[in-house]
Design a protein around this ligand. Sequence first.
Ligand code: ZN
Length: 457
Amino acid sequence: MKRFDLILRGGTVVLPDAVRRLDIGVRDGKIAELAEELDPDDAAASADARGCHVLPGMIDAHVHLNEPGNGHWEGFETGSAALAAGGCTTYLDMPLNGIPPAVTADALRKKAGLARGRSAVDYAFWGGLMPGHVRDLPELAAAGAVAFKAFMSEPGGEEAERFRAVDDWTLYEGMARIAELGGLLAVHAENDAITSGLAVRLKAAGCVSARDYAASRPPEAELEAVHRALFFAERTGCRVHFVHVSTADALLMIDAAKRRGVDASAETCPHYLLLTEADMERIGPAAKCAPPLRGEAERERMWRMLAEGYVDLIASDHSPCPDEWKQLGPGRTFFDAWGGIAAAQSSLELMVSEGVRRGLTLPAIAGLLAERPARRFGLSTKGKIAEGFDADFAVVDLNRSYVLMREQLLQRHKHSPYAGRTIGCKVKETYVRGRRVYAEDRGITEPGHGVQVRPSA
Ligand code: ZN
């Protein structure tokens, strides 16, 4: 019997604290050995990574694949294909946008049943915290929920009916319960009274452009909600995570709380680092999200703070919808368009190319994309290239730039704010537990290889 199932040969390997040319020996889906040279005769198969960088596969902690019920928006097959093509090897699927939403153990199990055998890469599920469902939290955790998610502002659209925002009592009571369970609550932090009040006022005045939409969700709406959630977290002892942070001031506030001993973390998304309000105006609804894209100065501050360690992790917030919901027309303004950026396939490439250009090291970028999300969500076998860890890799050519065309996107609906943009590197292959699930020249090679992962205690 051979020592290895696979040797990935000659790649420039991004380790947690170094970048080295190494062979990677894989056995039983795990990284069995890292060495300058491994004997090809010791392996059943080998693959050539010369000329490329081998990064730990991205752990995308924030995607919306919308099953059950809304698979026509996206779905496990198409969503995971886009993720695999982007070098992501594990994703955490959000609890809303499915029918029913994953706010009960039954709903979560139903979703898990649908994902089985249909995802190219590994996955875990968020459970939802919503009014009337605090008592479901323990069973959701037992059913494998990796963590919990709450909205502090209404999700909007028809989702507002199914996945309701938390009131302060639900947030406080839910956090206390999650603290007892040793869990973690992620919040979409925007103050609903401010955002809906401003939206009503602007629309009444006929102000319905992209800029007006951005003006209806100002930084203070985010800051107030972050402040309140941190206060509740501090008082209840609940671990808290802030999804898609859009302002440097919010990062500062979260950092100050960490220094007081609050177990808090901050996520931001590539679009807050790559795009601005002006891009939203130019691109249109494909670049609409909440919180909205900010100005150029804010974006530059976000990069500086990221470089200084204020951002814990990067996630895509891949939130697709049918194409017609991104269209404007008679009676449909920017306010009516679906809010959500569908760019899961580009997260790693954008962060690697832009991060390197701005002087970040590859281990630092890999930390934000893989190691830190794995650690934060208790995925103890994932997130870094080290012996004993899952053999989850993104093989990336850093010497190749390309123009992203819509036809290259593997997601169901091919809108992306990055279509037409030149991206400074390219994912060539993606491996999940030692199996190649994506190759640039062949597409998805193992469509149902992914399995559900659960947080370790
Ligand atoms: Zn989201």
